[in-house]
Design a protein around this ligand. Structure first.
Ligand code: EPZ
Length: 436
């Protein structure tokens, strides 16, 4: 087991190269099942979520391996199983895409309920509604969702909630179906466009991705090919916020700046300087300037992303005045605030709304990640704090941030990853707690 140790107070200065989008890559890896061929996917981040899906592809009879840095070869010619069981699926939310891809390819799928970060109830009713609309019968047995269809025939699906996962999953199931499927009230996130572009390059006929109405005209088969994943806007946003949080000066490279418009606007409103270039943004802030409080409301894209809410709230803990952060996507995404309290922040939570009273300083503390983006928020808090912060439970951060320590060190952060050495009194205390 390891922990991160951060000595706060250093300004982040320099350039950081952003990796491929984790949430795009995970969907594209699964989408390659539909090709039944060989795909070369570039700009894939080497993180535990992509590794977990590679393992699942291998367990299903395919062959997924990194052949170079960021270059993944996925060979699905011999992939012949439609069953993904609990052990492989429980760790990762994106394994839900196996339902759409396996159903599309085999007209059958048996997939354990997907895992992932815990933000309260994470229903999949909209995915199921879409599959049923295409003609699949669905059942739940022994913790698995079973899907079966003699024929998959396109139809109209109106999503009751804007869901990234349901939009992608229905797109996957409909790609090889007969006829035309229309998804209304579809999510518009950049990674939905990315998955559609990948499928189209392999021979699919998908129009309207990136708008709220997506039309998928089924095709009989897909072929293999090469594709490059878009840059990770959430990783980019995390470094932009970290730059502002340390009153630094950072050029965030290899990004699509329009994907980050909602964040850039909020940072500017706070008094941060954000300069946009073709494929980069520079975020800078005077070292003696106190940032202003703002109101943040998370929304589906192009609104402010829920996946940057914990990082943004953390930045606001030192801003001058009172900020209000409303979480409109997930039921329960403020768990990490309990960890920040030990660092001296002044935040009150009422349901989906957090009120942040800016304080003049926060101090280092031992803290534990409660999910992926919460982990990123704690890293930012550690960079902002006086003294040393130790961050435990790194499995979440490892799911989605490639080379986090290396990238932050290059920008001047004092951060190291260390083995946790348990002293005898700690391990004895743990053992007696277990016995109790
Ligand atoms: C994706 O999750 C992302 N994960 C999440 O990022 C992100 O927070 C989320 O979209 C919202 O942007 C991946 O892309 C792998 P949703 P997903 O379906 O698809 C409700 C990260 O940190 N809903 O768009 O699971 C749901 O409860 C992760 O990288 C239903 O009611 O999210 C939520 O309130 C965490 N019924 C809202 O919709 C359904 O059938 C949005 O969920 C499906 C969803």
């Amino acid at each position: 087991m390891e922990k991160l140790v951060i000595l706060g107070g250093s300004r982040l200065v320099g350039e950081v190269e952003i990796s491929g989008a984790k949430n795009s890559a995970v969907a594209i890896i699964v989408a390659s099942i539909l090709t039944g061929d060989v795909c070369t996917i570039e700009n894939v981040p080497d993180v535990s979520d992509t590794r977990a899906l590679m393992n699942i592809i291998n367990q299903l009879g395919g062959d997924a391996e990194f052949i170079d840095k960021g270059v993944l070869r996925v060979d699905c010619r011999e992939l012949d199983s439609y069953e993904a069981t609990y052990d492989s699926v429980k760790k990762i939310r994106a394994s839900s895409y196996l339902m759409g891809a396996l159903l599309g390819k085999f007209h059958r799928a048996r997939v354990a309920f997907p895992g992932g970060c815990d933000f309260g109830v994470r229903p999949i009713d909209q995915h199921i509604k879409g599959f049923e609309r295409l003609g699949a019968k669905t059942d739940v047995k022994y913790g698995c969702i079973e899907l079966e269809a003699e024929r998959l025939v396109g139809g109209g699906v109106y999503l009751d909630v804007v869901s990234v996962g349901a939009t992608i999953n229905i797109m996957l199931a409909a790609t090889l179906a007969e006829g035309v499927t229309v998804i209304e009230n579809a999510a518009r996130e950049p990674h939905i466009v990315d998955v559609a572009n990948f499928l189209n390059l392999m021979g699919a006929n998908i129009k309207g991705a990136g708008t709220s109405v997506i039309k998928i005209k089924g095709v009989p088969s897909l072929h293999g090919g090469s594709y490059s994943v878009i840059p990770d806007q959430i990783e980019a946003g995390t470094y932009m916020i970290a730059a502002a949080a340390t009153h630094g000066d950072v050029l965030v490279k290899n990004i699509i700046p329009t994907h980050l418009d909602s964040l850039s606007a909020k940072l500017s409103e706070m008094g941060v300087t954000v300069e946009e270039f073709d494929d980069a943004v520079r975020v800078s802030c005077d070292s003696d300037k106190r940032l202003r409080a703002v109101t943040v409301k998370t929304q589906p894209y192009p609104g402010f992303p829920t996946d940057l809410q914990p990082q943004m709230l953390t930045l606001l803990t030192l801003a001058k005045g009172t900020s209000v952060v409303s979480e409109n996507v997930w039921d329960n995404r403020f768990k990490y605030v309990a960890e920040l309290r030990g660092m001296g922040v002044n935040v009150t939570i009422d349901g989906r709304v957090a009120v942040v009273e800016g304080v003049e300083r926060i101090t280092g503390s031992p803290v534990s990640s409660t999910d992926l983006r919460a982990g990123a928020a704690l890293v930012i808090a550690g960079l902002m704090a006086h003294g040393v912060t130790e961050i435990y439970n790194l499995k979440y951060l490892d799911r989605g941030y490639e080379d986090l320590v290396g990238k932050l060190k290059k920008l001047g952060a004092q951060i190291t990853r260390r083995e946790i050495v348990e002293n005898n009194s700690q391990s004895n205390a743990k053992r007696s707690k277990k016995r109790a």
